[in-house]
Design a protein around this ligand. Structure first.
Ligand SMILES: *Cc1c(COP(=O)(O)O)cnc(C)c1O
Length: 257
């Protein structure tokens, strides 16, 4: 459904407080519907709005419309926005791959980090947090789509990885995060979410002390309802709130067309 500008007609750009109020309410209604379909309480699902590529002026309007948390994929962009908008009452969540040379920034201001998949990053981040005198909620990213180029640790290595994280007391494991396969085939997408839930349940049974509350961060604009049906407790939603991005997703995820 690409429009003349190449952007999806499905996600009109939100410009005003009314636009944002409408989009946020619509997403929340869809979250509630999906939850009710499977007998879940919508209040157990956190909506994390994703503001990557969105400029400051529109973010300010979105915050005026009620957003209090914002997810950013890239640390550099998040850091710039954090400094520019320190006057706002908003928390910044890092949801993309982290390089060790940016760990200090994350340790300084991030409210959470959702894409932990390397021990080296855990080690550096832990050290930076120790220096800053903070702890940080983290999610372990799992590659549930079996695409070799994707970020995230392999499901078979999850138990070992969680055990290794015990060395880093300034990281507070909250649970698991994943990106589903990018496919219009809902059942293939669903399989990724089901796998993450099964892994969470298995870890809970075997090593509950390593998983914290056992949250599941899964679901984005195109697939959050399926993710909620499969047990998601955090949905990361950008385009359905802010409007379509002109930056292709391949800029954020390796190996995409
Ligand atoms: C961009 C992004 C999202 C949100 O994607 P939308 O299609 O805008 O909803 C979710 N998770 C991660 C890791 C992202 O980078």
């Amino acid at each position: 459904m690409a429009g003349a500008n190449g952007l999806s007609d499905e996600f009109p750009t939100a410009e005003t407080i009314e636009d944002f109020t409408h989009d946020i309410a619509a997403v929340r209604a869809r979250i509630a519907d999906a939850a009710h379909r499977v007998g879940r309480d919508p209040d157990e699902i956190r909506l994390l709005p994703v503001s990557k590529t969105v400029p400051e002026d529109r973010i300010r309007i979105a915050v005026a419309a009620g957003l209090q948390q914002l997810g950013e994929n890239r640390v550099q962009e998040a850091t710039r926005k954090y400094h520019a908008m320190q006057d706002l009452d908003v928390e910044w969540s890092i949801i993309g791959n982290l390089q060790t040379n940016k760990a200090r920034d994350v340790a300084a201001y991030a409210a959470e980090f959702q894409a932990l998949d390397r021990l080296r990053v855990a080690e550096v981040l832990n050290r930076r947090l120790e220096t800053a005198g903070r702890t940080l909620p983290v999610f372990v990213q799992v590659n549930t789509s079996n695409e070799p180029q994707k970020y995230g640790i392999h499901p078979d290595e999850l138990a070992r990885f969680l055990a290794d994280l015990r060395q880093y007391p300034n990281l507070e494991v909250q649970g698991l995060m994943t990106l589903a396969i990018f496919s219009s085939d809902t059942e293939r997408v669903r399989k990724c979410f089901t796998l993450l839930r099964e892994l969470r349940d298995q870890m809970r049974a075997e090593v509950p002390e390593l998983l914290g509350p056992g949250e599941l961060s899964m679901g984005m604009s195109g697939d959050f309802e399926t993710a909620i049906e499969e047990g998601s407790t955090v949905v990361r939603v950008g385009q359905a709130i802010f409007g379509a991005r002109s930056t292709p997703d391949s800029a954020y995820w390796p190996g995409m067309a």
